[in-house]
Every structure is written in structure tokens, then in C-alpha cells.
Write a protein of this length. Structure first.
Ligand SMILES: [Zn+2]
Length: 140
């Protein structure tokens, strides 16, 4: 869908210019009218068909304009959605980083025994609890 609308402005303008050129030069009319005249159509019906065929390139401009406007709206929404998605991802990542930082801050707030007060084993760096008996190494 995005590919369909991505270049709608450029394609639409080229299409409109093409329609105007076809209308002004009357190419389409000159090609099609002889075929219709061969069908034996006469009088009012022929002149109605004649004017419809003359105006057809101009009528084609309407869907092209709609294509340009719809494309503009779609692309805008598409970009907004992509932006919102990126923001949500960033917020999620920041929240995860914040959790890690909060944990570090909490760790640094306390002082720790160098040996377990329960079993006496030496505390290894970054430990909060004794790895042998599970006793808290925080000095209260
Ligand atoms: Zn211990």
C-alpha cells in the first residue's frame, strides 16, 4: 500500500499533464471517433458521445487528483505511525536501562561486610548476599 502511494504526487502530476496534452491535442478524440462513426451512430447520440470522448481526458484528472490527495494523507499517516513506533521502542529501551541504573544506585547506597557475618566466607565484588549461606552482606 505504501509503495502504491509513495510517489502519488509525481505520478499524479505526470498523469494530469498527460491528460491535458491528450485533451489539447485531441489525439484520443481523433483516434476513437472514426470507430464510433463506423457503428452508424447518428444525430444527438453521436454528438453526446462526441463530447464525452472529447472531455474524457479531462475527466480522468479527477481520479488523479483523488490519488494525489489520498496518497498525501496515507503517506503522512504512515510516517506518523513509524515515528510513534520508534518512540515507543525508545521509551521501552530507556525504561529497561533505568531499571539497571536504579539497581546500581541501590547497590552503591549500601556498605557491605567484607566477610559474611554468618559463615565468615569472603565477599566477592558485586555480591549482596553470601553465596554460601544466603545471608545479607549489607551493613545496616
Ligand atoms: Zn555466609
Amino acid at each position: 500500500m505504501y509503495k502504491f502511494f509513495k510517489h502519488s504526487l509525481l505520478i499524479g502530476i505526470i498523469g494530469i499533464i498527460f491528460c491535458i496534452v491528450v485533451f489539447v491535442t485531441n489525439i484520443f478524440h481523433n483516434l476513437v471517433m472514426p470507430l464510433i462513426e463506423n457503428t452508424g451512430l447518428e444525430g444527438t447520440s453521436l454528438s453526446v458521445v462526441d463530447s464525452i470522448i472529447s472531455a474524457l481526458p479531462l475527466l480522468l484528472i479527477i481520479p488523479l487528483v483523488i490519488y494525489i490527495i489520498a496518497g498525501h494523507i496515507y503517506v503522512q499517516r504512515h510516517l506518523e505511525n513509524a515515528e510513534a513506533k520508534a518512540s515507543r521502542k525508545l521509551l521501552k529501551e530507556n525504561a529497561a536501562k533505568q531499571v539497571v541504573l536504579d539497581d546500581k544506585v541501590d547497590f552503591l547506597k549500601h556498605k557491605y561486610y567484607s566477610n559474611c557475618p554468618n559463615c565468615g566466607s569472603v565477599r566477592v565484588e558485586d555480591e549482596r548476599e553470601c553465596k554460601f549461606c544466603g545471608t545479607s552482606l549489607v551493613i545496616k
